[in-house]
Design a protein around this ligand. Structure first.
Ligand code: HEC
Length: 317
């Protein structure tokens, strides 16, 4: 009996065991026969050409949100540093799962699920923001650093963004009206700022074109409604925009070339993460001065990620 079972088993191990172990990815313990959760993705072309209906796109989004990603989909904390760049981790950070730091999960719906997928999360789904870039053990319990946040619901985030945009437009119109009235009359003009039944205090325009923001309520001096993130600092959830990817790619090219030059010339490279972030903020701010739209923090994030990824290509650091 024993011999009859063990001989095929022995063959099995000799022939198949080597295939189940990957020398390059020590944390992968994939069972044979597993498949990725997502067999494929929608193509942007099928969306823009309207080949797919809204319902189909929506269903695909829901599948993405609910999918419990496995390592065949690319899931895996050890190589994810949270900044989009496969940087090496300090030995004490190289652990497959750290419950105290929160961000370990297989699915968006793993946290955003209360009372249903896409909504908020239970206390246990709280996240220590930035724990992915700091030593999670020390910092997630350190009162000076830890920033524990509860999972937000995002039902209707799209309409909220559009509503914010309409209200911003109303407030900007009122600002321009006050400026024009002050210029025409030569007197200070104060107008109440209100949009869709919500009051944001008042603004005073002076004849010389300057503004007095001291009586604004609940809105920054730029009069832009920012409904997102914990401090209400983000106006849009759009992140992967053409301009942020383009700028990131350009900066990646420049930093990639300069890194290669530096490493061949002096044997040293520089990290481009911070320079790219600073340049991205500076360029988008200049663009905003010229009348364009300033970038959101999410767009800066994409630019920085693309730029620093470009920089790391020649040296792999
Ligand atoms: C480990 C838990 C967790 C997982 C997994 C998770 N989130 Fe979140 N999410 C949070 C928390 C916590 C916040 C609030 C962060 C804050 O307040 O700074 C949040 C905030 C958000 C927001 C901002 C909403 C707003 O109104 O400002 C969006 C959008 C979002 N998550 C989308 C996603 C998507 C898409 C995924 C999957 C790719 C995902 N989340 C996976 C916990 C999680």
């Amino acid at each position: 009996m024993f011999a009859r079972v063990s001989v095929p088993l022995l063959f099995f191990f000799i022939f198949f065991y080597p295939f189940s172990v990957s020398a390059h990815e020590p944390h992968v313990t994939q069972e044979m026969g597993d498949l990725p959760m997502l067999p494929g993705h929608l193509s942007q072309e099928d969306i823009t050409s309207r080949k797919l209906s809204f319902d189909q796109i929506f269903a695909a989004g829901k599948r993405l949100f609910d999918a419990k990603f496995n390592t065949l989909d690319g899931q895996g904390r050890p190589y994810a540093t949270g900044n989009g760049k496969p940087t090496g981790r300090a030995p004490n950070l190289d652990m497959p799962m750290v419950r105290t730091s929160g961000p370990d999960s297989n699915a968006c719906a793993g946290c955003h699920n209360d009372p249903r997928s896409g909504a908020g999360g239970d206390f246990v789904a709280n996240v220590f923001v930035l724990a992915q870039v700091l030593d999670p053990i020390t910092y997630s319990v350190d009162p000076d650093f830890s920033n524990e946040r509860n999972t937000l619901g995002m039902m209707g985030a799209g309409p909220i963004e559009l509503l914010g945009r309409e209200m911003t437009r109303d407030l900007h119109r009122l600002r321009e009206r006050a400026k024009a009235a002050a210029a025409a009359s030569g007197l200070d003009v104060t107008l109440p700022l209100e949009s869709k039944g919500v009051s944001f205090g008042s603004i005073t325009a002076r004849p010389d074109g300057t503004l007095d923001f001291s009586r604004l309520e609940g809105v920054d001096n730029d009069l832009i409604i920012k409904p997102f993130h914990q401090k209400g600092v983000v106006r849009s959830l759009r992140e992967f925009t053409v301009r942020s990817v383009l700028l990131g790619t350009l900066l990646g090219l420049v930093f990639g070339a300069s890194s290669l030059y530096l490493v061949l010339k002096v044997g040293l490279t520089v990290s481009a993460s911070i320079p790219v972030a600073v340049i991205s903020i500076t360029l988008f701010k200049l663009w905003a001065r010229l009348g364009g739209r300033d970038a959101t923090i999410l767009e800066h994030n994409i630019t920085q990620t693309a730029g620093s990824a470009g920089e790391s290509i020649p040296t792999n650091i």
